[in-house]
Design a protein around this ligand. Sequence first.
Ligand SMILES: *[C@@H]1O[C@H](CO)[C@@H](O)[C@H](O)[C@H]1NC(C)=O
Ligand SMILES: *[C@@H]1O[C@H](CO)[C@@H](O)[C@H](O)[C@H]1NC(C)=O
Ligand SMILES: *[C@@H]1O[C@H](CO)[C@@H](O)[C@H](O)[C@H]1NC(C)=O
Ligand SMILES: *[C@@H]1O[C@H](CO)[C@@H](O)[C@H](O)[C@H]1NC(C)=O
Ligand SMILES: *[C@@H]1O[C@H](CO)[C@@H](O)[C@H](O)[C@H]1NC(C)=O
Ligand SMILES: *[C@@H]1O[C@H](CO)[C@@H](O)[C@H](O)[C@H]1NC(C)=O
Ligand SMILES: *[C@@H]1O[C@H](CO)[C@@H](O)[C@H](O)[C@H]1NC(C)=O
Ligand SMILES: *[C@@H]1O[C@H](CO)[C@@H](O)[C@H](O)[C@H]1NC(C)=O
Ligand SMILES: *[C@@H]1O[C@H](CO)[C@@H](O)[C@H](O)[C@H]1NC(C)=O
Ligand SMILES: *[C@@H]1O[C@H](CO)[C@@H](O)[C@H](O)[C@H]1NC(C)=O
Length: 418
Amino acid sequence: MSFGLLFHVQSKLLLLWLFLFLCSVSAATITPGSSLYASNPNENWSSQNRTFFLGFLPSDPPTSPPSFTAAIFYAGGIPIWSAVDSSGGPASVDSGGALHFLSSGSLRLVNRSNATVWDSNTEGLGVNSALLDEFGNLVLRNGSASVWSTFDNPVDSIVPLQNFTVGQILRSGLYSLRLLKNGNLTLYWNNTIEYWNQGISSFNGTLTSPTLGLQSIGILSISDPKLSTPSIVAYSSDYAEGSDILRFLKLDSDGNLRIYSTARGSGTKTERWAAVTDQCQVFGYCGNMGICSYNDESNPVCGCPSLNFDPVDHKDRRKGCKRKVEIRDCPENATMLELEHTRFLTYVPEADSQVFFVGITACSLNCLVSRSCEASTSLKDGTGLCFFKQSGFVSGYQSPAMPSSSYVKVCGPVIPNP
Ligand SMILES: *[C@@H]1O[C@H](CO)[C@@H](O)[C@H](O)[C@H]1NC(C)=O
Ligand SMILES: *[C@@H]1O[C@H](CO)[C@@H](O)[C@H](O)[C@H]1NC(C)=O
Ligand SMILES: *[C@@H]1O[C@H](CO)[C@@H](O)[C@H](O)[C@H]1NC(C)=O
Ligand SMILES: *[C@@H]1O[C@H](CO)[C@@H](O)[C@H](O)[C@H]1NC(C)=O
Ligand SMILES: *[C@@H]1O[C@H](CO)[C@@H](O)[C@H](O)[C@H]1NC(C)=O
Ligand SMILES: *[C@@H]1O[C@H](CO)[C@@H](O)[C@H](O)[C@H]1NC(C)=O
Ligand SMILES: *[C@@H]1O[C@H](CO)[C@@H](O)[C@H](O)[C@H]1NC(C)=O
Ligand SMILES: *[C@@H]1O[C@H](CO)[C@@H](O)[C@H](O)[C@H]1NC(C)=O
Ligand SMILES: *[C@@H]1O[C@H](CO)[C@@H](O)[C@H](O)[C@H]1NC(C)=O
Ligand SMILES: *[C@@H]1O[C@H](CO)[C@@H](O)[C@H](O)[C@H]1NC(C)=O
């Protein structure tokens, strides 16, 4: 055998080896020019060991005609990230939708008409590959450097190894979660009303760079170089149990922040912790003028204050209520509807203004004569406190155990609920 031939065979072997090597790598690497189509939901880009997938999932709840979201999901189909539309919610596309990893370096979700629904905006940043790793992070890379990642662009969920830092936001509809510089973890309605927060009690001072993280065994904690040990926010109720379980933190569309766990391949998730234990205390859960209460099965239900109101949407009682006759259309004849065992939720920053120390009669009558007052709550808990609710957004909570009484301005006569 001549030297030349030997070299030829060896280089062929080398090429074969190189080819096999590239095949094993490309199981997880996504190259520009690739696309996924909503019409073929079995298509996906997966992580090396098929722990996480990027592909199209049917919208939840299902729609007619069917629509789809482009999501990263855990083995079994539980989503942990999705492309979002301008409202910040999961972007849905029709069956003509596609997710393109463009050669320009952007990841783009389009609908049937090719209109861009979502874009990673990474054009011209040298992106030449994408990798979905075993922890659920999709990274757009220039060589091996990360240019953009889903961990750095969270939507409504956080998984283990994902760092949630000051300035990042989880969103679900009007609700959002932020981590403040002082380590406070805070839930907001419409970016302003703080209906839940948890601070770091063990530390008194300023933090350097607080980070919220969920350990895979189910501990939600805030760490910082200034803290000797992470400050624990919550334990998942299945803490340290089981194997092959993914735990994740999610801001749900009902405004509650929960830890869920899901067993690999099961496709179902189980609630393990909720930040707001009393769902009716989530601001705006029942919409403007909606009243939250619990039914016999202890599920939260939404109703209207009286028959002076109509639901905004009979099919979705969480959309709130509106007066049948507006106050401005019944000059001289407005009156106060009394609601026993009812309170209108009052949180920071609302609480500061419009708080009075008056009896129940004045709490109702003063509101009636005040132009800007829409409703009022007398706590009746011995504090003598009366809250005025200004026009805007009023969120009610009714429970037989609640001492408070509330008053709502309506056009007479009052027509109580049956
Ligand atoms: C991912 O795609 C493969 C085919 O490429 C398919 O066999 C598999 O079922 C898909 N997995 C999921 C979870 O959709
Ligand atoms: C994938 O699975 C193999 C075999 O179980 C394991 O050795 C390897 O570490 C896994 N890779 C990752 C990235 O987890
Ligand atoms: C959508 O855009 C792609 C390339 O950008 C093109 O090939 C395709 O024809 C377009 N489809 C429609 C319906 O415009
Ligand atoms: C595609 O998206 C555009 C822009 O969001 C929208 O106007 C259009 O109705 C959508 N088309 C379909 C078929 O969903
Ligand atoms: C991509 O990475 C290379 C090597 O690190 C660098 O020289 C180049 O500037 C990067 N491209 C862009 C567009 O950032
Ligand atoms: C999260 O933060 C830790 C500590 O700063 C760091 O080691 C790790 O790489 C970060 N994880 C990601 C995915 O950025
Ligand atoms: C949310 O806040 C914005 C401005 O801060 C306001 O215009 C909007 O009406 C608010 N949404 C609701 C539902 O009250
Ligand atoms: C932080 O949270 C605590 C309650 O845990 C609260 O008393 C405090 O006012 C909060 N601070 C800020 C700046 O939100
Ligand atoms: C926090 O520090 C301030 C000033 O250093 C001090 O007045 C206050 O009592 C401290 N609070 C706690 C809870 O340690
Ligand atoms: C004014 O209110 C009273 C009772 O509050 C009611 O009987 C009457 O019908 C109302 N008048 C008009 C014009 O709405």
